[in-house]
Design a binder for this molecule. Structure first.
Ligand code: TYD
Length: 135
């Protein structure tokens, strides 16, 4: 899948004086079944996460609190996305190299994923990744 298929998806937002409500349904708001949820929190200032790609995994990344950046690359082009609202997120297609940085203090990064955790689905070496995408 090309980098242009990775995109910001805006979620429903029900505004209410009692507090807002947002929801996400698999195969509706995100284009996959949600089989795993994980989150990054207590990220120390200056730390970065990611730096890998996945063969098959699709993900949807939301900033539940605070802000951070996601840098996506397909091995040729790269794009930086700033996430700072809980009513939109970034759809990340398979085979994208990702790097997360610029975490604000108190940032919480929620990730909805299409598969359970599987280390065999990771490409952790950048040169191996570049050979796979630019043979
Ligand atoms: P990793 O995906 O490399 O973190 P990040 O991309 O956010 O920097 O995962 C870090 C560690 O956590 C790694 O040892 C695998 C483990 N892990 C799980 O056991 N289950 C999971 O669902 C995830 C996302 C990671």
């Amino acid at each position: 899948m090309p980098l242009k298929d990775c995109r910001i998806i805006e979620l429903p937002k029900l505004t209410d004086v009692r507090g807002n409500l947002t929801f996400v349904e698999g195969q509706n708001h995100v284009p996959f079944d949600i089989r795993r949820v994980y989150y990054l929190y207590d990220v120390p200032g200056g730390a970065d996460r990611g730096e890998h790609a996945h063969y098959k995994l699709e993900q949807f990344i939301v900033s539940m609190s605070g802000s951070f950046d996601v840098l996506l690359s397909d091995g040729v082009e790269e794009k930086r996305f700033h996430l700072n609202r809980s009513y939109y997120g970034l759809y990340v297609c398979p085979m994208m190299w990702r790097y997360l940085d610029n975490f604000s203090s108190g940032a919480v990064c929620l990730v909805l994923a299409s598969e359970p955790y599987d280390e065999a689905d990771y490409i952790r070496d950048k040169d191996t990744y570049l050979e796979l995408v630019n043979p």
